[in-house]
Ligand binder design. Structure first.
Ligand SMILES: [Zn+2]
Length: 280
């Protein structure tokens, strides 16, 4: 299969902040106050093997070194980036285990440039980083404190590939770009979480099946279905009016293409289902 999904480890987060249900608890766990109940969220990455042998990944998670030593590599932000699973869960190690060398990855398409989505670019020395020019510009302006830890380094490396979306509707979204011109990877304008965040429509060549990787357009599906952002979605969003528009586009997409799964990076259920159905 040319399209697969992996999760580059999980992060422990408070369930309330992400709008998730507090699980039924037994034993001593019953005495933990609800705001302190933690759960594991995935960092879901798409892997597309193209007909010419090149490999494209959608997002990259944190790098191998960042997973091994988050505080050493990321400073204070590393406190919230303790990935479970050890360095073996990094994208580069999971790909290696399936016979894909770091050099085989020629392109990283970023749903957006926050650290938990692009840190792993360091492990793929030949890969260019594709994201809308608006995302690179905002990331450079807002900097490390807004979660854009790697953007200066990516820009200095000469591997950044800022792109402009065509300003006409596609699948209900207000802008789009077919990255390689063959329909395998189509960026759809899903800004709001960040200034230039995209949803990435991926199509498996062999089966014709598609998946929409919507990054952090929401953290959980009920946010865009109900229109109510979780605490963390509100905390991290770039512009709430854009976010709400994007949520409308996601709802319309689901109605128009009910057979195409919509994946949110950190949604445990969708991540598990897609990593199983599209196993690397
Ligand atoms: Zn994220």
């Amino acid at each position: 299969m040319s399209l697969s999904f992996i999760s580059a480890g999980t992060l422990d987060v408070p369930v309330f902040a992400f709008g998730m249900d507090v699980p039924d608890r037994t034993g001593l766990a019953r005495f933990v106050p609800a705001p302190l109940v933690m759960t594991a969220i995935p960092m879901t990455i798409g892997v597309l093997r193209r007909a010419n042998g090149e490999v494209v990944i959608i997002d990259a998670g944190l790098s191998r070194a960042e997973i091994a030593g988050p505080i050493r590599e990321l400073g204070l932000q590393g406190l919230t980036m303790a990935v479970r699973g050890g360095p073996g869960v990094s994208a580069v190690e999971q790909l290696k285990a399936r016979g894909i060398a770091p050099e085989d990855v020629t392109t990283i398409v970023a749903t957006h440039l926050h650290l938990d989505h692009i840190g792993g670019y360091r492990d793929f020395p030949r890969a260019s980083v594709v994201a809308p020019a608006a995302e690179f510009a905002a990331a450079r302006r807002l900097g490390t404190r807004a979660g854009y830890v790697h953007v200066k380094e990516i820009l200095a490396s000469g591997r950044s590939r800022p792109v402009l979306l065509d300003r006409e509707p596609k699948h209900g979204f207000p802008g789009w770009l077919d990255v390689f011109g063959d329909g395998e990877i189509v960026l759809l304008d899903a800004r709001g979480h960040t200034a230039g965040s995209v949803a990435v429509l991926l199509t498996d060549r062999a089966s014709g099946r598609s998946v929409l990787h919507a990054g952090d357009a929401a953290y959980q599906p009920h946010e865009y279905l109900s229109g109510k952002p979780s605490f963390f979605a509100r905390l991290t969003r770039f512009r709430e009016d854009w976010l709400k528009q994007t949520w409308g586009h996601l709802r319309n997409f689901r109605s128009a293409f009910p057979e195409t799964p919509v994946l949110l990076s950190h949604d445990p259920r969708a991540s598990h289902d897609l990593c199983t159905a599209f196993r690397l």
